[in-house]
Write a protein that binds this ligand. Structure first.
Ligand SMILES: [Zn+2]
Length: 79
């Protein structure tokens, strides 16, 4: 996800500051969660559970892990 807020300053709605702020907060929250996810992924790697869907126990497709290395579920069980 890329930050594309450069043109928002000309937004006639005048809501840009609030929007940008909530977007930034969402990004920060996502980054924090990502760190937790990375931690969990590392643990699963050590336990040998990495790449296994938490819901159905089947292997998560490699293509999905390449896009989302911290995925805990297969595509079918993604939240
Ligand atoms: Zn699954």
């Amino acid at each position: 996800m890329a930050l594309t807020s450069t043109d928002d300053e000309h937004d006639p709605e005048g809501q840009t500051t609030a929007v940008d702020r909530s977007r930034t907060e969402a990004l920060l929250a996502g980054a924090e969660r990502h760190l937790v996810d990375l931690d969990a992924a590392e643990r699963r790697l050590e336990d040998g559970d990495y790449g296994i869907c938490e819901v159905c126990g089947r292997p998560i497709p490699r293509a999905r892990l390449e896009v989302r290395p911290t995925a805990r579920t297969c595509v079918d069980h993604a939240a």
